[in-house]
Design a protein. Structure first.
Length: 67
C-alpha cells in the first residue's frame, strides 16, 4: 500500500493481475501468461515453470535498461 505522505517522485512497480501462489517443488505452473518479450522459454515450451522464470524476466528488464 502506498502512503499519501511519501514523496511524489517515488517509483512503484507492481502488477498482481496474474499473480498466483508460488508452487512448491516439484509442482509447476503451466499457464501461458506475461509479456511475450519478457517471458522465459519454459513458458512457451509448455513444459511447466516455477520461480526461475521471474529471474529471467528481471534479467531482460535490467538488460534493456543498460543497452
Amino acid at each position: 500500500m502506498r502512503s499519501d505522505h511519501g514523496p511524489a517522485d517515488d517509483l512503484v512497480l507492481a502488477d498482481f493481475g496474474l499473480a498466483v501462489t508460488a508452487p512448491t517443488p516439484p509442482d509447476k505452473l503451466f499457464a501461458v501468461c506475461g509479456s511475450p518479450g519478457y517471458a522465459a522459454p519454459e513458458i512457451y515450451r509448455r513444459t511447466g515453470y516455477s520461480k526461475p522464470v521471474d529471474l529471467w524476466s528481471t534479467g531482460v528488464v535490467v538488460y534493456a535498461m543498460f543497452v
